[in-house]
Design a protein around this ligand. Sequence first.
Ligand code: G4P
Length: 194
Amino acid sequence: MKTLKDKIVAEGKVLSDTVLKVDSFLNHQIDPQLMKEIGEEFASRFQNAGVTKIITIESSGIAPATMAGLLLNVPVVFARKRKSLTLSENLYTAKVHSFTKKETNEISISGDFIQQDDVVLIIDDFLANGQAVLGLLDMIEQAEANLAGVGIVIEKGFQTGGQLIRDRGIQVESLAIIDSLQNGQVEFAEENSN
Ligand code: G4P
């Protein structure tokens, strides 16, 4: 997706060989126009998948997921990372370990918002080691719901998550795949491998 890649080049900051900072449009400040285009792109890539629900994880997945939900005309549910005061029973939970942050969160979704006949599209901002997506997949399996696929805004192709998920036969659509962040430079994978 060219507008996204242009934005990454213009505003992304390479913090190390493995971490890209995109606080100006995705992880802190949000660019609504870009999010709208991201939503349109996800909607077009999954338009024939029969999606009935989008699931993401707080917090940075919510903006792109909501735009995709608007375009696909389906509700969006975000997994919570912290226990909610009002969310205490009928919960699906999964443990998600972040290699980046070296912490494990228990994420949860209310059973009220994911049903057996749902066709779920997972959307998230980054795909690195794939642990967040695996946690969401775990909860979709607990609910015995169906999976449409996974939509990712930025995939770090040099980390293991993409292969881990695709090896399960799951359709993963990443709008920008980064091959390398070495020497402070962002290098994208070829367009047709997106
Ligand atoms: P994984 O789920 O693919 O295994 O990812 P990992 O544990 O490595 O990442 C943990 C958090 O860091 C996630 O956000 C993920 O989106 C984010 N992240 C991973 N790599 C990068 C990167 O290169 N740049 C940026 N900007 N973020 C990255 P989170 O903790 O859930 O944060 P948020 O959604 O509340 O913003």
